[in-house]
Design a protein around this ligand. Structure first.
Ligand code: CP
Ligand code: NVA
Length: 325
């Protein structure tokens, strides 16, 4: 059996350890993200060579999801298995949470069984409540407000294609949603240029934008013109027009967002070697045309794959940190 030679212990420049939880990228330092990215790249290379690592032997990771998931759920479960751990998937509806058992009580029970908890919830506050009570790491696998693990995985994809994040011109086209918020957080931490083009009424949360601007300065802009955002961009990013929980608004949103489609015309404004990103699932013909989605600039399948490698890096770092390794 082969164990990893040395556990990764994340520290910031000030020698502050990585936070216990990953609830939002706003809690991270650039050095944290760099270390997570480096380790994800290393784990990816080792996986491709067929080298097996089992740093999570004997560890149990619980996943409680209130919303649907294909990629996040399965990549976390595969990550846990491939690192020698065990994962338990629990639909929130099947727990006593659905019958109003308090989070405080649930959390104090789960920390006695589990080594980490991966949560997909509507509310960000629910994750904060779990994190406050639980001694084990809590990992945000998407809320209405943020999707931090997706953007960490996406940064790995950006790094693979562009060799760096700093200095890049990144465009977000569409809804000012949970993904947009986590990109805003990432831009503030890593200091790349981010321009978001969103329709009036669907802009990102001003609190998230202002907090990021206070940290990063003037490199984060929110505008209403997709063409301007795409101009000279290295990375074009989009997402569904109606997120999970907004199904009732889907039809109304189609009209509002019609001019916010990522299509060949918009791509022509970006750099010739720009990449197009989408966290998936995609609604082809709505936020992105089929030709762009399937075209040579699309990196969506690498994004999906990189969730596996980044989730390994995250689980290892947080569980090792919690164990004092
Ligand atoms: N990108 C993403 O989070 O996909 P799932 O909803 O399938 O997990
Ligand atoms: N914004 C989307 C992301 C899905 C991964 C949603 O919340 O549904």
């Amino acid at each position: 059996m082969k164990f990893l030679p040395a556990a990764v212990k994340l520290k910031t420049a000030e020698e502050k350890e990585l936070e216990k939880d990953i609830l939002t990228l706003a809690d991270l330092e650039a050095t944290d993200i760099d270390l997570l990215l480096d380790r994800a790249r290393q784990l990816k290379q080792r996986h491709k060579k067929g080298i097996m690592d089992w740093p999570l032997t004997g560890k149990t990771i619980g996943l409680i999801f209130e919303k649907a998931s294909t990629r996040t759920r399965i990549s976390f479960q595969a990550a846990a298995a491939q690192l020698g751990g065990t994962s338990l998937f629990i639909s929130a509806a099947d727990t006593q949470l659905a019958r109003n058992e308090p989070i405080e009580d649930t959390a104090r029970v789960l920390e006695r069984y589990l080594d980490a908890l991966v949560l997909r919830t509507y509310s960000q506050k629910m994750q904060e409540d779990f994190a406050r009570v639980c001694s084990i790491p809590v990992i945000n696998a998407l809320t209405d407000l943020y999707h931090p693990c997706q953007v960490l995985s996406d940064l790995l994809t950006v790094l693979e294609y562009k060799g760096r994040c700093q200095g890049l011109k990144v465009a977000w086209i569409g809804d000012g949603n949970n993904m947009a918020h986590s990109w805003i957080n990432a831009a503030a931490v890593l200091r790349f240029e981010l321009t978001l083009a969103c329709p009036e009424g669907y802009m990102p949360d001003p609190g998230v934008v202002n907090q990021a601007k206070a940290r990063a300065g003037g490199d984060i802009r929110v505008i209403n013109d997709p063409a301007e955002a795409a101009e000279g961009a290295d990375v074009i990013n989009t997402d569904v027009w109606a997120s999970m929980g907004q199904e009732d608004e889907a039809e109304a949103r189609q009209a509002v967002f019609a001019s916010f489609q990522v299509n060949a015309g918009l791509m022509a404004r970006a750099k010739d070697d720009a990449i197009v990103m989408h966290c998936l699932p995609a609604h082809k013909g709505e936020e992105i045309t089929e030709d762009v989605f399937e075209g040579p600039q699309s990196v969506v399948w690498d994004q999906a794959e990189n969730k596996l490698h980044m989730h390994k890096s995250l689980l290892e770092a947080l569980i090792n940190r919690a164990a004092g390794v």
